[in-house]
Every structure is written in C-alpha cells, then in structure tokens.
Design a protein around this ligand. Structure first.
Ligand SMILES: NC(=O)c1ccc[n+]([C@@H]2O[C@H](COP(=O)([O-])OP(=O)(O)OC[C@H]3O[C@@H](n4cnc5c(N)ncnc54)[C@H](O)[C@@H]3O)[C@@H](O)[C@H]2O)c1
Ligand SMILES: O=C(O)C(=O)C[C@]1(C(=O)O)C=C[C@@H](O)C=C1
Length: 364
C-alpha cells in the first residue's frame, strides 16, 4: 500500500522534508506550487516524485499533507484544503515558525474526518528555496508538534513514525508556550542580528573600513541577518505580541550595559559574561538548528592553485571524513581562510592535530 505525501511550498523546509521521505519504501511524494516554473525546479532537483499546479490533484488520496508555505499563507491554505475532498483519516501538518495562530485557525475550521497537527522543525538556515534543501537539515534537531484537542493519539503516532525519516527528535509543546520560547531563542535573535547589521551598515556609509574589518565576531552573530525578508516579516507579525514584550526586556538588558559602562562597573560586566558563558555551555550539545550543525575548523592557507586538493588528499589519507569545504576570502591580498566542516567532533580533532603537525595555523 502506498503512503502518499503532498507538500505545499517546496522550498528550504518543504524540499528538505520531501528529500527525507522520497524513495523510502511505499512512499510517494507530490509537490504543489501555484507557479509552473517551480514545478520544473522541484522535479529537476529530484525532491519529489511528481509535481502539480492543482491542489485537488495533490491531495487526492493523500495520507499526509505538509503545509510548508510562509506563515502568512498558512491559514489561507488550510481553509482551501478543508474545502476539498480529502482521504478520511488524512493528517494535515504545517512547519510554520509560529504555532498559536495556525492552531487557532485549525480549531475553528475543524473537520471530523481529518486531523490537523501543528509542527515546527527547529532547524533551518539563512538560505531559502528548494536549491538549499538537504536531507540532513533536520538530523538531530528537535521537531515540535503541538497538542490539539480532538486529535487521537494514533494520529500523532502515525506522524511521529513518518518523521523518523527526518532523524529529528519529536517534542510536544503547547502552541502559546512554543511561541513565547521560540520568540526568545529565534525571533528576537533575528531582529537583533538585523538591527546590528543595519547599524554597522549606516556607519559604513561614511567609512568603508567598517565592512573591511568586520571579522569573526560580527559574522558569527549576524549570519541569520541574511534570512529571507518575506518569511521573517510573516513570522514576526504572527508573533507580534510576544516579540514586542521580548523587545522591551531586551531594552532593559541593553540598559543594564549602558549603566555598567556609565558607572565603569567592571565587576558587573564580568558577571554578565560569566552568566552568559555558563548558560551557553549548558545548551544542548551542538544540535542542528540550535547551535551548530557541524564541527568546524578554520585554516590559514596560502593562495595557490591546488591547495584544496592537497588538504583534502591529506585528510583522505588519514581516513578523516570531511562534510564540507569552503574558502573564505575575507581579506584582500593575503592568504585565504579555509573552512572545513566535520560531522563528528573526533574527526575534527584528528584533522586539527594532523594539519597542525603539517605546520598549518588551525582555529576551532
Ligand atoms: N527557514 C527556516 O530556517 C525555517 C525553519 C523552520 C520552519 N520554517 C518555516 O517553514 C516555512 C517555509 O519556510 P522556508 O524557509 O522553507 O521558505 P522558502 O522560501 O525556502 O520556501 C517557501 C516555499 O513556499 C512557496 N511560496 C511562497 N509564497 C507562496 C504562496 N503565496 N503560495 C504558495 N506557495 C508559496 C515558495 O515558492 C517556496 O517554495 C515557513 O512557514 C517558515 O516559517 C522556516
Ligand atoms: O539556523 C538558522 O539559520 C535559523 O534561523 C533556524 C531557525 C532558528 O532561528 O533557529 C529559524 C527559524 C525557525 O523557525 C527555526 C530555526
């Protein structure tokens, strides 16, 4: 018997889910888009078995429906779906970064023959579109499902079983609590990153040295400022009340630093860093979507042809598996920085020792 999965919005998240499910025993993945150009892209990229412009065709006999469109379009899609003939027992889920509004919409629409279970994989990227989709995106990440009244445990069990293909760990969190927590650990950080980049961008307008000198610290804290503007407009507007309250607390937090500097309160500054350091070191071990997906090394390398080949061959000879490689040319007229990523910490440690023994300057 075939398990049919329909995916609406085959972008970063929808495409990554499709890649996790496609080709698994008895599974058929259908992608939907209102634009014919997008159908070609998802088929060319090989993330779906078939693709269609028709919602009706996508959901016909579907066992699972994943809504992976921007948060601002979720409710409209849910309404359209509920008006279509659906397979009895069909499970509809979404991946939206906020959960309270879609949970409320689903409760209002409720239909006895189908089940809505809100979902949110706590993994992602500043990149978007199906081109950025990856089977590994959700590995070891948490995947939130929101409890809803009237949805039987068997429906949760079926969805959880399917989600095993993502290798994520499912947790159940109430929608309102989800939005408060994710507001603090995801939405607020995105705003802070964007505000910081824009502050520096304005300084840079009168002195280009700001951009030239921007180094590791600035890059580390601002990666997420490159996230998709429309996706984030929808998320922030959907979680507006929570985010407004968090921004007020953020003002207090920054106010604390202003006071400590005005008062030359060195002890207070040290205490703040010690507190932050302690909490950060207690975060879940390098989980995807939480802190870092990979174990990274940075190496100063001379800018000459063949250097990447030389290093990858060296690591290959040592049986060290590399997961990703990238040259960062952030500085003009000086050697580049080679960025190596590993899936295992032990591989990173072995690579570090070996490259150091060859005389390279290696940074973790
Ligand atoms: N980016 C992340 O890190 C992340 C992580 C977890 C959850 N999410 C959530 O996943 C959802 C998708 O985000 P994404 O990052 O995959 O974005 P994306 O831009 O990569 O994908 C969105 C997809 O929806 C399609 N789309 C856009 N507007 C549409 C519309 N009006 N009608 C139909 N299709 C439309 C796009 O063509 C694209 O295929 C959002 O709800 C987002 O909140 C994002
Ligand atoms: O890693 C990133 O780039 C992300 O922004 C992922 C991230 C997050 O803030 O942690 C972004 C939005 C999601 O809803 C979940 C995860």
């Amino acid at each position: 018997m075939t398990t049919k999965i329909a995916i609406f919005g085959v972008g970063l998240i929808g495409g990554s889910l499709a890649l996790c499910f496609r080709g698994k025993p008895g599974i058929e993945v259908v992608g939907h888009s209102p634009r014919s150009g997008s159908l070609e892209v998802m088929l060319d990229r090989g993330v779906v078995d078939s693709a269609t412009l028709s919602m009706e065709e996508a959901v016909r006999d579907a066992n699972f429906i994943f809504l992976c469109v921007p948060v601002g379009n979720l409710e409209e899609y849910l309404e359209k779906l509920y008006a279509l003939p659906l397979k009895p027992g069909c499970i509809i889920t979404d991946v939206g970064s906020t959960k309270a509004s879609i949970a409320a919409a689903a409760e209002k629409l409720s239909r006895p023959d189908v089940y809505f279970i809100g979902g949110h994989p706590m993994a992602g990227s500043e990149r978007s579109g199906v081109e950025a989709a990856s089977t590994l995106l959700f590995e070891n990440a948490y995947y939130v499902l929101t409890p809803a009244t009237g949805v039987p445990d068997e429906a949760y069990a079926k969805l959880e079983e399917l989600l095993l293909y993502t290798r994520a760990q499912v947790v159940r969190v109430n929608p309102a609590q989800h939005d408060e927590i994710v507001g603090a650990i995801s939405h607020l950080p995105h705003i802070i990153a964007v505000a910081l980049v824009n502050q520096v961008c304005d300084y840079n307008a009168s002195n280009g040295l700001y951009r030239t000198l921007a180094a590791g610290g600035f890059r580390d804290i601002t990666r997420i400022a490159s996230s998709d503007p429309m996706i984030w407009r929808d998320i922030l507007l959907s979680n507006r009340d929570v985010v407004l309250s968090l921004l007020k607390d953020w003002n207090d937090e920054i106010g604390g630093f202003i006071s400590m500097l005005e008062d030359r309160n060195g002890e207070g500054i040290v205490d703040s860093f010690v507190k932050a350091n302690r909490f950060r070191s207690e975060l879940p071990e390098r989980r995807k979507g939480m802190i870092s997906s990979l174990f990274d090394l940075y190496i100063d390398v001379p800018d000459h042809p063949g250097i990447i080949g030389q290093i990858t061959t060296e690591l290959g000879d040592q049986n060290i598996n590399l997961s990703n490689i990238q040259i960062i040319e952030s500085r003009e007229d000086v050697p580049g920085l080679l960025h190596l990523s590993f899936r295992q910490e032990s591989a990173m440690e072995r690579a570090k020792e070996h490259l150091q023994s060859m005389g390279y300057a290696v940074y973790v």
